[in-house]
Design a protein around this ligand. Structure first.
Ligand code: 4NP
Length: 155
């Protein structure tokens, strides 16, 4: 059975679709049996495409995320997915508040902690930032997904 991975941020239009898109891109290239999805803890942007600044930054590096559409995280995701990754601590706490038991609570990890990032535990929100903020998020998630792919290859 495919391993299911969910990436979660606040709006599901910047960080988590980028994390999902990068992971999807790499999984396809390696032909791994992994399903990817993303969601936002907030419902502000349900049905929207990723932010055009994130789409354009991804496209610059050859990654297409224009087909992704935002949805809101729901409690049942904690059952459905094998891995649930939060982009920041607020997203993590909001998801953990919906957990039915300790197993579900412990499933919600900070993505950068999962990959043992040397400097950061949270992916900064680029929404109110400039182009450099989007480039920073892309590079951070590119590196983090490379590390996580090594875990997926071993499954
Ligand atoms: P994301 O960024 O959580 O990385 O998708 C945001 C997108 C929208 C908003 C905040 C953050 N917003 O306030 O609408």
């Amino acid at each position: 059975m495919a391993t299911k991975v969910l990436m979660v941020c606040l709006g599901n239009i910047c960080r988590s679709p980028m994390a999902e898109g990068l992971l999807r891109h790499k999984i396809r290239a390696l032909n791994l049996d992994v399903e990817t999805d993303s969601a936002g803890t907030a419902g502000y942007h349900i049905g929207s495409k990723p932010d055009h600044r994130m789409i354009d930054t991804a496209a610059k590096y050859g990654v297409d995320i224009s087909d992704l559409r935002a949805r809101q995280f729901q409690a049942s995701d904690l059952e459905t997915f094998d891995y649930v990754f939060a982009m920041d601590k607020e997203n993590q706490l909001n998801m953990q508040a919906l957990a039915k038991n300790e197993k579900q609570r412990n499933k919600v990890k900070l993505f950068l902690e999962q990959v043992n990032h040397p400097d950061l535990s949270e992916v900064p929100d680029p929404y109110y930032g400039d182009q450099a903020a989007f480039e920073f998020v892309f590079n951070l998630l590119d590196e983090a997904t490379d590390t996580f792919i090594e875990t997926l290859k071993k499954l």
